[in-house]
Design a protein around this ligand. Structure first.
Ligand code: ZN
Length: 223
């Protein structure tokens, strides 16, 4: 019996090249049992697959420094783990980049950088784009919405936006709108407690609460 097992194990492990965990599954025993048996039968183990991937210093330097690839990209290219790449970088004394340096490289010039920021600002000032992104990210279609509100709030929110003509009732902007609870109680979702504010005005209202509470009550009376 043990001789059969010996042969079977070494066939599976060395001829078929299966891992000890797969053999454990096949024979319906645990991995430590397989390792124990292999030890008992003097079946040698393969060296760790990760160590078999040889990346020379020149190779790594070329990819990381000359080609400016990230450790993640090198990982994909070489089929090894990211921690292994980091370990090699350390062992080879290659200076690693900081994350922001990696990002900076993506911009070709200062001009491109400014262009990209401007384009992004333009995109995000569009209400339709904000709605789209909110939906894409699993939101409810109202940009930057805090989702920890009771159901009653969601039922009335569209009405409030419409009532306020999709405009911040403090500064008049039509971008980055949110609904503000005048008495700061998220569970008080009556019409006379809700007002449309932009993100900036809403944030400001969180500082001097006493003042803004009476201020927005007043504003609402004039809507
Ligand atoms: Zn505003």
């Amino acid at each position: 019996m043990s001789k059969e097992l010996d042969k079977r194990l070494s066939d599976l492990y060395w001829k078929k090249g299966l891992s000890s965990i797969r053999i454990a599954h096949m024979l319906k025993v645990s991995k430590p049992t397989i390792l124990n048996w292999m030890k008992k039968f003097n079946i040698p183990r393969r060296k760790c697959a990760r160590r078999a991937i040889v990346i020379t210093k020149i190779d790594l330097k070329y990819l990381y420094i000359n080609k400016q690839l990230s450790t993640h990209q090198i990982t994909k290219l070489k089929g090894c783990s990211q921690s292994y790449i980091r370990k090699l970088l350390k062992n080879y004394n290659i200076n690693t980049r900081k994350i922001y340096e990696g990002q900076a490289i993506r911009f070709e010039s200062e001009e491109t950088k400014v262009k990209m920021i401007k384009a992004s600002l333009k995109r995000w000032s569009d209400l339709d784009y904000q709605k789209k992104m909110s939906l894409i990210r699993g939101g409810t279609g109202i940009p930057y919405e805090n989702t920890k509100y009771p159901l009653a709030f969601y039922k009335i929110r569209d009405y409030i936006l419409k009532r306020d003509n999709y405009t911040c009732q403090n500064c008049g902007t039509k971008i980055q709108l949110s609904i503000h609870h005048i008495d700061y109680n998220k569970n008080h979702n009556k019409e006379n407690n809700l007002i449309t504010l932009c993100y900036a005005c809403n944030t400001r209202a969180n500082f001097d609460k006493k003042y803004y509470k009476s201020y927005y009550k007043e504003v609402l009376l004039n809507v």
